[in-house]
Design a protein around this ligand. Structure first.
Ligand code: SF4
Length: 339
């Protein structure tokens, strides 16, 4: 397979080590790669002492999605995001819902999709945003970054849907390039991250760094019965969001459905999601949403006067009363990016 120039990663995202090795700086694994080797993700490789991103321009999934599907509820509601992913991932979750591409090893070589072509498609289909999603975008950050910079020229915004193990270097680089992120906070348990997901527990620091970098951040927790559904555990996540990110940070509670290798757990009962919702409320979170449970109304209430402001059914907006970023009844500012 011939390396194309675009696949060679900028030197600020890797470091040369003695003996021809390099250290990849794209995610928290910080893989040290010998000549010819790829890292945990399988898509970043040491070729002649340079880091090569093998999936640059190799799109495995491309769709136009409602922004509510990411999910981002406080970011340009009612608009669409041109959404793309490649193959590969830096985690190995047994419950992955996109395992067909995230755990795929063969890189589809036939078509190269240049950043300009992605932006062209976003403009053609009138998407306001480009979403880096489906698999973990950190592992194709060099590609996402080039698309994002091109997209900025046309006033488009860029969003990451991520597992939160970006490197410090990548998150700092996102400032002014990536506008928003939905970050999976899968568990408040270092052992669980290391043992089950084969990944470092760095999501808390990533979230804080993203806020410092100026990104609009929403958090998602997939609640799996018997794994992470105790009140004590959910209190820790909700408390972290409230105390370290701010009570205005939306928290999405997502129902688990058996998939990939985790087929022995049941679908999350709505009662558990509602219990988690109450836990979030007690922690002081202002915006909590239940998702992945079929058609269900999800409402954004004004934290000032408690009137309903945005009503959604599934991914559809039924009504949006937010005006100039404020509640029209009591003028409370509603946190989010509204236009
Ligand atoms: S992106 Fe992460 S997993 Fe992949 S090579 Fe770099 S440090 Fe390793």
């Amino acid at each position: 397979m011939k390396t194309i120039p675009q696949q060679i990663v900028q030197e600020k995202f890797y470091r040369k080590l003695p003996g021809g090795k390099i250290k990849c700086l794209l995610c928290r694994h910080y893989c040290e790669l010998k000549e010819g080797k790829t890292g945990v993700c399988g898509v970043n490789k040491n070729e002649n002492g340079r880091l090569v991103n093998l999936v640059y321009g190799r799109v495995a999934a491309l769709h136009i999605d409602p922004i509510e599907k990411k999910p981002l509820y406080h970011f340009l509601p009612g608009t669409t995001a041109l959404s793309l992913g490649t193959i590969g991932c830096n985690m190995q979750c047994s419950f992955c819902q996109n395992w067909q591409i995230s755990q795929e090893k063969t890189i589809y070589q036939k078509d190269f999709v240049a950043p300009e072509q992605i932006v062209y498609l976003a403009l053609k289909y009138k998407s306001k945003t480009i979403a880096y999603t489906y698999n973990e975008p950190t592992i194709f950050y060099p590609y996402a970054r080039d698309i994002a910079l091109e997209a900025k020229k046309y006033g488009l915004k860029n969003i990451f849907v991520t597992n939160g193990i970006e490197s410090v270097e990548v998150v700092k680089d996102m400032a002014g390039i990536i506008d928003a992120a939905n970050v999976d906070f899968k568990a408040y348990d270092e052992q669980y991250y290391r043992r089950e997901l084969k990944a470092p527990f760095s999501v808390r620091e990533t979230l804080q760094l993203m806020k410092q970098a100026g990104l609009w951040v929403e958090v998602t927790t997939l609640i799996i019965p018997g794994i992470n559904d105790t009140t004590e555990h959910l209190e820790k996540i909700a408390g972290f969001i409230a105390n370290k990110l701010g009570t205005e940070t939306p928290w999405h509670l997502s129902a688990f459905h058996p998939d990939y290798k985790m087929l022995d757990k049941p679908v999350t009962p709505v009662t558990i999601l509602e219990k988690a919702y109450e836990t979030g409320q007690k922690a002081g979170l202002q915006f909590i949403y239940i998702g992945n449970v079929g058609l269900r109304k999800n409402i954004t209430y004004c934290p000032g006067c408690h009137k309903p402001l945005i009503e959604r059914m599934g991914y559809q907006i039924l009504q949006n009363k937010i005006t100039d970023g404020k509640c029209p009844y009591c003028q409370t500012k509603i946190s989010g990016i509204w236009n």
